[in-house]
Design a protein around this ligand. Structure first.
Ligand code: ADP
Length: 524
């Protein structure tokens, strides 16, 4: 059957979305594929349609039972045939497992959803070795990487299990995580270096990004914001369950229809509040990040972060729930350096390697919050994507674009910065580079004898925040690169070396400077 006819027949759609057709053609040809699309991009269809069209059963590895159930129900709903998608997991009883196995053997099951831990069961492996399989789709493939926002160690064993099922079986990895580091981990761990990569743009031009400094009266500011958006659906994320409950109450008292949501409520209460939000019985849900995975409400009009999230990755995922229908979506985050310190404290009990990863990710979101350049450009740069902050789609959609900060020529300072990174043999992270520029020492600097170098202190006419801000902007401009694997060590890029030899004008945007001392300033 022709691809378009199959799309129409099984899903009722008349056109493919984005890269879907290319991916599906590639899968049907029996090749590995790596699909990177933002949430809502239409990833599921990339494996569902070829699974239905091919002989045998496709295995879909997915981390969450609840999500799997949604997917299976959805595909039952759209398909004209019945019972072509099944789940194999610990919630099934013996009879049910037997039934699923029979359906697979008889070629009825086209899609078999399994959790990674179920796939490690010898019984299942032995069984799956005896049946005809079409391909393996690894959904939420970022779970394989500790640099992703949802690392799951079980994902690390997938490659060897897949190999036991069939050495030559095509693999499709799918994720909405676009950071180059996570992508590299996925390709390495799934052994798919030959896979064709299909990457969609992560730009969400209809989302408006805004950061406000956290004032002592952030609740009042949130109430004002919600009232300005009266009647619209929105999510407000808080870090702690306690804050969720308090804020939901404050909103209710102020006449906003809101419900709280966090993992501390029992399942019944959670699903009640979730349904109230989905059915629009209430406008606002105040929640911890437990809320949102797999929730598809197309007309969420705002996502507010009462506290800064732990990474740009999480922020992108969480704000991605706004404006899925293409309409307006306001993403507002409150930022205070105190919250960052709180997050650092949370991590302090964890293993050292995990802490270092966590801190490196946290520094990125701090940089996002503090930047005065285009927030969209900043996010997309983080995801390895170029964005034209003047002409790009959605370029005008952020606070910094609306209220541009003054710019100043920083050509000479850029050269100084690059020279210090080069001169310190590319061993330091931003913090040490900035110290070397302003001429301050710490243990690391003295141990490398950086304080004896002639460039030590060449930037002492400026303060540390200036150099931090410049470093962020020079990174985004591509003259420096941050080695995430080395937790943020800076390197001069080829473009950076060329810049040292023949510097050009570099218009630096004056950054916001937040310090713990002026955190409590009230801003209206
Ligand atoms: P993702 O997994 O990438 O977040 P989904 O697979 O859930 O995205 O798809 C997002 C939405 O887009 C779903 O509601 C889905 O039904 C819809 N969709 C997918 N492909 C198409 C298409 N070709 N035409 C119209 N709608 C589509």
């Amino acid at each position: 059957m022709d691809l378009h006819a199959a799309l129409k027949k099984y899903f009722g759609f008349t056109k493919f979305k984005g890269l879907q057709e290319d991916v599906i053609t590639n899968v049907l040809a029996g090749n590995d594929a790596f699909v990177i699309m933002p949430t809502g991009g239409g990833k599921s269809l990339c494996y569902q349609l070829p699974a239905i069209m091919q002989e045998g059963t496709a295995i879909v590895v997915s981390p969450l039972i609840a999500l799997m159930k949604n997917q299976v129900d959805a595909i039952r709903g759209v398909s004209s045939e019945h019972g072509i998608a099944h789940v194999l997991n610990s919630s099934l009883n013996k009879t049910e497992v037997k039934q699923v196995m029979e359906d697979i053997t008889n070629g009825v099951t086209k899609l078999l959803y399994v959790a990674p831990e179920s796939l490690t069961k010898e019984d299942y492996i032995n069984f799956l070795q005896t049946v005809k399989l079409s391909f393996v789709a690894v959904d939420e493939a970022h779970c394989i990487s500790e640099w992703g926002h949802d690392f799951r160690p079980e994902y690390r064993n997938l490659k060897s299990i897949i190999g036991r099922l069939d050495d030559n079986i095509p693999i499709i990895g799918l994720t909405a995580t676009a950071t180059p580091k996570v992508q590299e981990d996925i390709i390495k761990n799934l052994g798919m270096s030959d896979a064709k990569v299909f990457k969609a743009s992560f730009n969400r031009p209809n989302l408006f990004y805004e950061v406000r400094p956290k004032t002592i009266n952030v609740d009042a500011d949130i109430i004002r914001f919600v009232k300005q958006n009266q009647g619209k659906s929105g999510i407000i994320y808080c870090l702690s369950r306690k804050r969720v409950e308090e804020l939901a109450q404050v909103l209710q008292v102020n006449g906003v229809s809101a419900v709280p949501y966090h993992a501390g409520f029992d399942a019944k209460t959670r699903s009640k509040y979730q349904d109230m939000f989905l059915m629009e019985d209430v406008d606002v849900v105040v929640a911890t990040i437990a809320f949102g995975m797999g929730i598809d409400k197309p007309d969420v009009r705002f996502v507010v972060h009462h506290d800064i999230p732990k990474s740009i990755e999480s922020y992108y995922q969480e704000t991605g729930r706004a404006g899925r229908d293409g309409g307006e979506g306001h993403c507002l985050a409150y930022y205070s350096y105190k919250d960052v310190e709180k997050l650092e404290k949370f991590m302090s009990g964890k293993p050292v390697a995990e802490q270092e990863v966590g801190n490196a990710l946290l520094q990125e979101i701090v940089a996002y919050a503090e930047t005065s350049m285009s927030r969209r450009k900043f996010i997309l740069h983080y995801f390895g994507e170029e964005f034209d902050a003047v002409k790009g789609e959605g370029a005008e959609m952020d606070d910094n674009a609306k209220n541009p900060k003054p710019k100043e020529e920083a050509k000479e300072d850029v050269v100084k910065l690059l020279k210090v990174v080069k001169g310190t043999m590319e061993k330091f992270k931003t913090k040490e580079i900035v110290k070397a520029l302003v001429g301050q020492t710490n243990a690391l600097i003295t141990s490398h004898k950086t304080n004896e170098k002639d460039f030590f202190g060449i930037g002492d006419d400026k303060e540390e925040p200036f150099w931090m801000a410049l470093t962020r902007q020079v990174l985004v401009a591509g003259l420096l690169k941050k080695e995430i694997e080395q937790y943020g060590v800076l390197h001069v890029t080829k473009m950076g070396h060329a810049y040292i030899d023949s510097p050009k004008s570099f218009m630096m945007t004056k950054d916001h400077v937040y310090s713990p001392e002026n955190d409590d300033a009230i801003v209206t």
